[in-house]
Ligand binder design. Sequence first.
Ligand SMILES: N[C@@H](CCC(=O)N[C@@H](CS)C(=O)NCC(=O)O)C(=O)O
Length: 252
Amino acid sequence: MATHIATSMVSTMLRASNGIQVDAAPVKPARMLRLYDIENCPYCRLVRETLTELDLDAEIYPCPKEGERFRPEVVERGGKAQFPYLVDPNTGVEMYESLDIVAYLYETYAQRDLPLKWKAGRLQTLGSMLASGVRMNERMAALPSRQPEYMLELYSFESSPYARVVREQLCNMELPYVLRNCGRTQLREWLLPNLRESLNAEPEPEAGQENRRWLFEREGRVAIPYLYDPNSEQGMFESDAIVDYLEATYAA
Ligand SMILES: N[C@@H](CCC(=O)N[C@@H](CS)C(=O)NCC(=O)O)C(=O)O
């Protein structure tokens, strides 16, 4: 497990400041965005980073190699098995191409100019490829699972090395989930959860940080990742515990 987390941390470091800090989009989609995604795909990562940075939630439909659950939907809708694929039920737009999706999210929901780093999108793609490279040994092929009746909900931000491990497991098991983005807006949120506890410095989430606030009100603290399973009404912290729960509950 230690090396498993270590390479996830390297991935996080390679993406530097991406997928952490929030500058929330002023317009929130009324109906949830849908993203057909492969966790360790460098292109899909760019879209998920943008979702964190704009504080947009999305339904994630995992499409690992050899996956049979959601891949056919993408071929039916768009004509080819290429990921990421975004479906926006609010506008009827459906699209391939990570950098086009990033630009679309900025234009539609952030309603501001594309930041410079995304204008240099090819550089971002290159960096994201390096971050994927260090996680290459993590399986991206489908693991058989039973599909839950209600979608699981994952409280996550893109760059969290611990949340990544959970997202990989959800992807491999082809378990669809609601990605509840919990990027950071305050300096104190950078303190690790156990340090916050000993310093008695649990930051109260700011107004507008709805996902962090929900977690804070439910559990009295915020730590990422957090999985909520509406099927069992159970919620849990700790990436190891979440991965064990997914295997015990949904592996076929
Ligand atoms: N230019 C596309 C490239 C997307 C792409 O090549 N995605 C790969 C996954 S990393 C893919 O869809 N491969 C087909 C497959 O996995 O079946 C983009 O930026 O979205």
